[in-house]
Design a protein around this ligand. Structure first.
Ligand code: FEO
Length: 400
């Protein structure tokens, strides 16, 4: 028993979860982590005792206590860093100091990144195809550059049919349960989708290639061990989800995100939503705020349309919409149709700016922007409803 109350969780006969649970975090680089997160590290009890990844710096003692519940940390021979982002490497320097491993490994880009972040040297590079003998077990490595940092790689423990997938197949979800099959499937799918939409979406092409490579290599995977959220065993729903999300196929779901000051743009959004539904689409109306940018992206992941509305304030788009569009543009959603709308008092530049943003995202604009002076009339709302019908018709063409 660890003296601090933290213990490791057994994943297989020879692999233990020794990570940390962050119940408090609610913001991760602008992503609303409403269910907290975990930072997963894994201990491989091979002839050469090996630690795969570490945890965010403030959680180092929790990780060390979990390790100590299995083995004296001083007996760790190797540390493998699959990803140098600091939620997984922040405690690496101190861990090296305390544990004094024989060797530390990372991808070639990881060697550079860990040097740049912490001034660490002497880290040995491992590239795609390399194998590391742990005595009775062997780790194999596959670099996964830009999934989602240049240094990223995954490690495969053949004897346990276990893949350490770093950020891939992860989610921000704090839980006492360590396995996905112990958790609510709807929550898992939502949090996995949120993670994909907000972290991995720009690299969807690379995801497709990675899934193909894993298939070509014939890697049998019974345990999928990411660096965030639960471990996957039995069934692996998430592999199919990733294959689908990476394609970004259009659907009949329409995201309508809007800001409003005195409810005029909001009323327009409602009328558009009514038209979308009447046309056979499934509208998701998201007022921003209170809807968070990362929740809008989650809805957008499986949508076929992206409509945005904003009043004009001081000749500009409302700030919350500017925030959303800047964020969404960087995440590169594909295969959407859309339109823009908004109310204005005297100048009305917002719709033009919204249209430019959607065009930059390669959203196909279905009709002219709808601008309404001050308060929408019945005729204006009828135009909005018709816009919804028009967008729904275009979505049907793409889905068919
Ligand atoms: Fe969980 Fe890219 O770090």
């Amino acid at each position: 028993m660890s003296s601090t109350g933290f213990e490791a969780a057994r994943i297989t006969d020879r692999v233990w979860w020794v990570g940390a649970i962050d119940w408090e975090i609610r913001d991760f680089h602008g992503y609303a982590t409403s269910r907290g997160s975990t930072y997963n590290a894994y201990l491989v009890m091979a002839d050469k005792v090996t630690l795969v990844d570490t945890v965010k710096a403030p959680f180092r003692d929790e990780m060390m206590a979990r390790i100590a519940s299995v083995v004296d940390p001083a007996k760790i021979d190797y540390i493998v860093s699959n990803h140098s982002e600091m939620d997984h490497s922040g405690s690496l320097p101190e861990t090296i100091t305390r544990v004094k491993p024989d060797k530390v490994f990372a991808s070639p880009m990881g060697v550079k990144a860990l040097g740049a972040h912490f001034g660490l040297d002497g880290i040995e590079p491992l590239k795609t195809g390399d194998e590391l003998s742990l005595g009775n077990l062997t780790l194999k490595f596959l670099e996964t550059r830009m999934l989602h940092w240049p240094d990223s790689m995954v490690s495969y423990l053949a004897e346990e049919k276990l893949l350490f997938s770093q950020d891939g197949f992860g989610m921000h979800l704090a839980s006492g349960e360590r396995f996905a099959d112990e958790l609510d499937p709807a929550v898992l799918r939502h949090e996995a989708a949120k993670y994909y939409a907000n972290i991995l979406l720009p690299y969807s092409g690379l995801i497709t290639k990675l899934l193909a490579t894993v298939k070509e290599l014939g890697l049998e995977v019974d345990f999928l061990c990411p660096d965030h959220g639960p471990v996957w065993r039995k069934g692996f729903d998430i592999l199919g989800w990733y294959a689908d999300w990476a394609q970004q196929e259009p659907t009949m779901k329409a995201v309508v995100a809007y800001a409003t000051m005195w409810h005029s743009t909001e009323r327009m959004a409602h009328a558009i939503g009514d038209g979308l539904a009447a046309g056979g689409a499934s509208p998701r109306l998201l007022p921003v705020p209170p809807a968070h940018r990362s929740d809008v992206m989650t809805e957008l992941l499986e949508a076929g349309a992206f409509l945005v509305g904003s009043p004009t304030i001081n000749n500009q788009v409302f700030p919350s919409m500017a925030d959303l569009l800047c964020y969404a543009r960087g995440l590169k959603p594909l295969n959407k149709v859309g339109q823009v709308f908004g109310s204005y008092g005297w100048s009305g530049e917002a719709t033009k700016q919204l249209a430019a943003e959607l065009e930059a995202m390669k959203v196909e604009l279905v009709a002219e922007p709808i601008r309404v002076n001050y308060v929408p009339t019945d005729a204006d709302l009828d135009r909005c409803r018709k816009l919804g019908l028009e967008v729904a018709a275009k979505m049907k063409e793409r889905v068919a």
